[in-house]
Design a protein around this ligand. Structure first.
Ligand code: FAD
Length: 318
């Protein structure tokens, strides 16, 4: 599908709805993915993102007491999942391409496959580096999302990762990239993050999707700062409904997203996960209503474990 995300957002006469899914663990099949999507298609998703994950080490105790360390990929490839979704639902599928854990040659194979399959929209990211071990930090991989962006830009003009020029083989990949209203954990300050965002925009990022946040005021002031620095492309808010009580502490730790006291105090009162899930839904509705009143271009939902909550939020706000 050659339609671009920005065209979809612009042509949508209401705030566009989108969500992100993870390829299921190995051993499951595509029906598991379809079940999640089937719950949400009634809200007319304009596009569906599919995350990518590098391989991980697992440790297994052997009968003789030794520990076996193996490097495995826990989930099937995002390329195949994206193509299956796009074909079944006739909706734009956006595979995430990441730097970490992949060589540039592997990334090029993914681009060749995606071009072959007609999947032309991408989200370009560095990837989570926390769980990577030194031998998985492939020396011949991209380091930053901006390096991956250069590889995709080159590929679009027929230049291979080793610098050779293909026979006329122009690909039309368009893409968005990530941003962090509460600053990326490694950035020395928000100005530095915004400087790299501007670089991403100037080199072809057509929109940004934010890390999850729970406090809309942080998103609004971040967008104002970005606009002041010349970032003009859509900045799509990422919303994650809380579904577990322990996410009160886990999400700020993993994603560096603050939980406002108004929400935190309600979650602290919960005795069970189902109670926490109800609070997450209420908060999600309130958050989305306010974002929509501010005219955001689209709302992007993080759906891990939360597809039922998203369905209930979307039913209320769409
Ligand atoms: P980068 O843009 O490379 O930034 C990383 C850090 O380096 C930042 O501090 C930035 O300020 C700085 N920086 C940026 N460019 C440069 C440069 N050229 N030189 C020096 N410093 C630079 N992770 C996955 O593994 N799989 C996924 O599918 C996935 N999907 C995501 C989707 C969204 C919407 C978001 C917000 C995140 C996602 N992540 C995913 C997590 C993401 O990969 C991590 O947050 C990662 O740590 C940073 O990714 P990035 O693309 O922002 O990196």
């Amino acid at each position: 599908m050659k339609v671009r995300v920005t065209d979809l957002i612009n042509k949508s006469n209401k705030t566009a709805f989108s969500f992100e899914i993870l390829p299921p663990l190995k051993g499951n099949d595509i029906q598991k993915v379809y079940k999640i999507i089937d719950k949400l298609v009634e809200f007319d998703p304009q596009y569906i993102n599919i995350t990518t994950h590098h391989s991980e080490y697992i440790y297994k105790e052997m009968p003789d007491g030794t520990i076996l360390k193996t490097n495995i990929r826990k989930r099937p490839g995002t390329v195949a999942v994206a193509a299956a979704i796009q074909n079944k639902y006739n909706t734009v599928a956006i595979p995430h391409l990441i730097c970490k854990g992949f060589t540039r040659a592997e990334t090029e194979y993914a681009l060749i496959d995606l071009n072959f399959l007609g999947v032309y929209n991408l989200l370009l990211l560095r990837g989570d580096a926390n769980k990577l071990q030194p031998d998985q930090m492939k020396g011949d991989g991209n380091n930053y999302a901006t390096d991956l962006q250069k590889q995709v830009n080159d590929f679009n003009t027929g230049i291979s990762e080793d610098g050779t020029v293909f026979e006329k083989f122009e690909t039309p990949f368009s893409y968005g990239m990530a941003c962090y209203p509460e600053k990326h954990e490694e950035a020395p300050n928000i100005e530095s993050d915004i400087r790299y965002m501007k670089m991403k925009q100037d080199n072809g990022a057509e929109y940004f999707v934010t890390q999850m946040f729970f406090d809309n005021s942080k998103y609004f002031s971040f967008v104002d700062r970005c606009r002041a620095e010349g970032i003009t492309v859509p900045i799509i808010p990422g919303v994650k409904p809380i579904v577990l009580k322990n996410q009160l502490n886990v999400l700020p730790k993993i994603f560096r997203s603050d939980i406002p006291e108004e929400l935190a105090s309600e979650l602290r009162k919960c005795k069970t996960d189902p109670e926490a899930r109800e609070i997450g839904i209420e908060w999600g509705i309130k958050q989305c209503k306010e974002l929509m009143q501010h005219g955001v271009p689209s709302i992007h939902f993080y759906s891990l474990m939360a597809s039922e909550s998203i369905r209930r939020i979307a039913k209320e706000v769409y």
